[in-house]
Design a protein around this ligand. Structure first.
Ligand code: 13P
Length: 278
């Protein structure tokens, strides 16, 4: 069933686990995420990034996800990931997304507060919850995300940001990157503890891919309730496709897509189990 993102995250915060937010941009990725939620009896967040709006009909995609989600017993949320345009927030709200993310992290603190506060007012008027980001992730390898400046979140500013903007959950930069790491991951757990002491809304970790399991467990213990994952799943699907196309040229696309969906489901299942089973 489709549920409010906040209710999923509040339960995760209370019971100290994290919910996976999987990037979805095609029928296979969306169907895979919903199948995994159902099979694992676990909540899952389907995250549609603004950058996919150029290839996906948002209204049509949202109604597909809503229809399939209504048939499941597991809680499913539909989230707008990394939106930079007010127009995208409005489109997502009108299409029945259960939460939106406004990303003003490339602006100065003051400008980020001003713009995010505006977007939060719009979202809240529509009864939709909102995530925002302070600090910004650097970009690693193979990600399709925007390049960030890699500035880690200042715990004092994080507190001020949440108080000023009234956002429902906060993405904090603690050293993960979007995509695969090109150098050894350096995750600032101390900083996360300091943010947690000051910020009481659910905390979000972007850049879940390629982060060692042990570190993911430690961030969940320290209060991360939502972990976004995209690149690692894409890489597993793409290397499967490459092998298939090399080994069995002439396969029908419908067969390859079905098999690829299974690979995506296996990858998502691993994350769901890891995040819920600490
Ligand atoms: P990865 O691609 O590193 O998993 O990050 C995904 C993400 O944070 C989407 O918002």
């Amino acid at each position: 069933m489709l549920v409010d993102t906040t209710s999923i995250l509040q339960d995760a915060q209370k019971n100290r686990y994290a919910v996976a937010a999987f990037s979805v941009y095609s029928l296979e990725t969306a169907q895979a995420a919903i199948n995994v939620a159902n099979r694992e009896k676990n909540p899952v967040i389907l995250a549609v990034g603004e950058r996919y709006f150029s290839s996906v009909d948002v209204e049509g995609f949202a109604s597909f996800i809503q229809t399939v989600a209504q048939k499941t017993t597991a809680p499913i949320a539909l989230h707008l990931d990394h939106a930079y345009q007010k127009q995208s927030i409005l489109r997502a709200i009108r299409s029945g997304f259960t939460s939106v993310m406004y990303d003003g992290s490339s602006f100065s603190f003051e400008e980020n507060v001003r713009l995010t506060k505006d977007m939060a007012e719009i979202a809240h008027l529509a009864g939709v919850s909102i995530e925002a980001e302070i600090g910004s992730l650097a970009k690693g390898a193979f990600s399709d995300e925007e390049e960030g400046n890699g500035i880690l979140t200042d715990p004092r500013l994080a507190e001020e940001f949440v108080n000023e903007t009234n956002v429902d959950f906060l993405a904090a930069a603690i050293g993960t990157v979007h995509g695969m790491y090109v150098t050894k991951p350096k995750i600032d757990l101390k900083r996360l503890e300091q943010i947690r002491e000051r910020v009481h809304v659910p905390l979000v970790l972007h850049g879940g891919s390629d982060t060692p399991d042990e570190i993911l467990k430690q961030v969940i213990e320290r209060g991360i309730c939502k972990i976004n994952v995209n690149t690692e799943i894409s890489m597993e699907a793409v290397s499967f496709l490459t092998r298939q196309l090399n080994d069995k040229p002439g396969l029908h696309l419908s067969v390859i897509m079905e098999e690829m969906q299974e690979v995506i489901e296996n990858s998502m299942t691993r994350f769901v189990r890891l995040f819920s089973n600490i």
